[in-house]
Design a protein around this ligand. Structure first.
Ligand SMILES: Cc1cc2nc3c(=O)[nH]c(=O)nc-3n(C[C@H](O)[C@H](O)[C@H](O)COP(=O)(O)OP(=O)(O)OC[C@H]3O[C@@H](n4cnc5c(N)ncnc54)[C@H](O)[C@@H]3O)c2cc1C
Length: 393
């Protein structure tokens, strides 16, 4: 088996992942953690190589994992380098011939090459910048388009398309979101993080709510909840549907709950100011920024807090409009949504249903996971399924 990689050093994304600690997988992974594809196919692949299998595999190759917040599993050494080194060592041990610096520009089914007809399972001519390689089977594991400087620049989609596959239109996923500067509070509170629930509104109706940590930045918003929201914003935008994002700073609470809370507080502490009350619930700088955006005087006491202003503030706390105008794109995205249509892949083998001898695994497929180790688990599981099938063939 030969591994052709256009990058000089394979596994760049492993090295940068999880803040260079590599969030290898998650304690609990199911098809509900992914978007794109078809859930039954995703489930089948995940069940063929589970989280326990991943933990056992890494233990066997010398990488013990431990669990952290939100079920994230990291190597005990907290070094992504150890994960990559172990994988490369194991590849060598089982006889994989790793050829870095071999950029693939074409994969040609031999029958197609000779007779200009469709693929017939007669093997492939793989064209690289360093010459051609003949292969009886080819696995496309080129990743998506995120972090293109790592070597995953979307070229794999062109290869797959030429081999007859449908590419579900791609967009960045797990990317920080850009917010219109004029209308927002983000710049003033850059660097502050807080729990929040983001509402994604599509066609003027709430489509989903995502909860997690929100990080305010100089360009807009980041942090797990913003990254998870990005694919939904992009997919709606791609379809030309009106999409908006709001933030609920009291996750789980609705307008009426917040209203009732103000009234309770006004009775208990009538002389306390709105600013200090809000600052006991939210980071003080966020509290000040929200009051400023509503042109409310934070020094007003709760006893003198008028009904209309109170309702405006309650509304802002549960549905604060964030004028998202896009994301920071593939350069900053951790994943790609869209890709090779999963319906064209046999989930029991990862083999192409259209091109005999071809398989696709990992992020090139139309499957993207939420933040937390899910994308790597998809890569491990789908890679295992393809490898097992090829070994048996
Ligand atoms: C900054 C960052 C942090 C991340 N952190 C995490 C994390 O902690 N946990 C997690 O689960 N996921 C994380 N991800 C996502 C995860 O890295 C990817 O989903 C995963 O690496 C996909 O694996 P893959 O093998 O399909 O593709 P990739 O890892 O992208 O590998 C594809 C390989 O194919 C090569 N290639 C591409 N085109 C060609 C060509 N034409 N010829 C030859 N070679 C080619 C590339 O050089 C590359 O080495 C992160 C991603 C980024 C960008």
């Amino acid at each position: 088996m030969t591994l052709l990689d256009g990058a000089r050093t394979p596994g760049a994304k492993i090295l940068v992942s999880g803040g260079s600690r590599c969030n290898v997988t998650n304690a609990v992974v199911s098809e509900r953690d992914f978007w794109g594809g078809t859930p039954p196919a995703i489930r089948r692949v995940l069940r063929a190589f589970t989280v326990s299998d991943t933990v056992a595999f890494f233990r066997e190759i010398g990488v013990n994992l431990h669990e952290e917040a939100d079920g994230k599993l990291f190597p005990d050494t907290n070094r992504a380098r150890d994960v990559l080194n172990a994988l490369l060592r194991e590849a060598e041990a089982v006889g994989v011939h790793v050829l870095p610096g071999h950029r693939v520009s074409d994969v040609m089914p031999q029958a197609q090459d000779a007779a200009n007809s469709s693929a017939s399972g007669g093997g492939f001519r793989v064209v690289t910048n360093r010459g051609e390689v003949l292969a009886s089977a080819v696995v496309l594991a080129t990743g998506g388009q995120s972090l293109p400087k790592s070597g995953s620049d979307g070229a794999g989609f062109t290869l797959a398309r030429r081999l007859g596959h449908t590419i579900v239109p791609t967009t960045p996923a797990l990317a920080p979101l850009l917010v219109e500067t004029a209308s927002s509070i983000h710049a003033a509170i850059s660097g502050v993080s807080q729990p929040a629930e983001l509402g994604i509104w599509i066609d003027n109706a709430i489509a989903m709510r995502l909860t997690g940590s929100l990080l305010w930045t100089h360009f807009g918003i980041s942090g797990p909840v913003a990254l998870n929201a990005s694919r939904h914003w992009h997919r709606a935008d791609l379809e030309g549907r009106p999409v908006a994002v709001t933030a609920n700073f009291r996750p789980g609470a609705g307008f009426d709950d917040v209203e009732a809370d103000w009234q309770r507080r006004a009775i208990a502490n009538p002389k306390t100011s709105i600013q200090s009350t809000l600052a006991s619930i939210l980071p003080a700088s966020v509290a000040a920024a929200i009051l400023g955006s509503l042109l409310l005087d934070g020094r007003t006491t709760l006893a003198h807090f008028g009904r209309d202003d109170r309702r405006r503030l309650s509304r802002a706390l549960v549905e604060f409009p964030l004028s998202v105008r896009g994301s920071r794109g593939y350069t900053y995205a951790e994943a790609t949504a869209g890709g090779v249509a999963l319906t064209e892949i046999d989930a029991g083998t990862m083999a192409s249903r259209l091109c005999p001898g071809l398989s696709c695994v990992g992020e090139i497929l139309d499957v993207d996971g939420r933040i937390g180790g899910f994308n790597f688990q998809w890569a491990w599981s789908s890679g295992f399924v393809a490898g097992r099938a090829l070994a048996a063939s």
